[in-house]
Every structure is written in structure tokens, then in C-alpha cells.
Design a protein around this ligand. Sequence first.
Ligand code: URA
Length: 205
Amino acid sequence: MAEKNTEDRKELMRKIKDEVLNLKGSALYEQRIKNKVLPVIGEGSHSAEIMFVGEAPGKNEAIQGRPFVGASGKFLNELLKSVGIKREDVYITNIVKDRPPENRDPTPDEIEMYGPFLDRQIDIIQPKVIATLGRFSMVYVMKKFGLDFDIEPISKAHGKAYEAKASYGKVQIFPLYHPAVALYNGSMRIVLKKDFEILKQYASN
Ligand code: URA
């Protein structure tokens, strides 16, 4: 697949936003309208080398229409800063673009409905590394790239790179724990910090 120019990428992302805004078939769309909140498409560089994929927006994210702006987001910012990566140089998104009620886990139907938007975002950005945040996005992304048989528990998979073939060339899938797990667990903070050091090396290779 040919590399896209800046305008193409912007236009393709805008199209995704329009489609998600009008996703009337989704039960989460109904909730969004009822609660007067926003979908979260993603933010950052459209030509990022690293793309972070979380699960679904939380309360603060749905209010602001931006990914990872609550407590997990603060820690994600700290992790990025600790290895000298600027938030605006990466792209941050989720599999599911609307907030599931009460922050429950996304259902398989929701993942099926919103997953294709993430697939398109990956093809637009063409990242070198896709860092998945938490088990849901790890499983979705690894399956998408035909790595079903390589899927391990996140306790084993975190901090390792799995090479896959994307439509545009090679991509490394890099599973990470979700930053939320570290909020009340100091030892997880250390694990995540170490994994970010490794991630940084893959991104700069
Ligand atoms: N958790 C996620 O998985 N995504 C967000 O955007 C915020 C919290």
C-alpha cells in the first residue's frame, strides 16, 4: 500500500469521525446521545511511528471527546515523558469509540462494530509499532494480524514485540498492561516503566 500524504490522512480520518458520529446502529450511540457526551476517535500524529490502542473511553474521555485524559491518561503521559516520547508525536485511540456504561468491559458485539474503524486508522497511520493497552486490545490486534496462536496471557506477553505483516509492510505488536492497573499498584508502575523503555527502542529502530 502506498504511503498516504498528510491531506489524504486527514480526510480519511475525518470520514471515520463522520461515520462514528452517525453510528445509529450502535447501542452505545444511543447512550452517547442520551448522556450528551462525545465519541472518542483518537488524537495525535497521523503519521505516528507508534500507535497506542486502549479499550474504550471512560467518563472523562467521553466528556472531552479525547482519549486517555483521566487518571489512566495522566499515568500514560508520565510513562511517555519518562522515555522522552512526546504525546503529540504518537497516535492514541481505542478499539471502541463510545463509552460503555459504568466503564464495563466492551462486549464482543461492540468490538465487532467498532473494530473496523480501528483497522482503517491503522491503515491510514501505518505505524511501525502498535502498542496495545490491556488485554482486549492485545487480543483484537493480534487476531487482526493473524497472530491468534501467539496470544499469551498479558502477564507473559507484556513488553515483548510480535512481528506481523500489515497491508503497508512490517509492524511490531507490542502488548502493554493497561495503565489503569498501575493506579493502585506500585509494582505495576515499575513494570510499565520498564516496558516503555523497551518500546522506545523498537520505535527508534
Ligand atoms: N481507558 C481506555 O482504555 N481508554 C481511554 O481512552 C481511557 C481509559
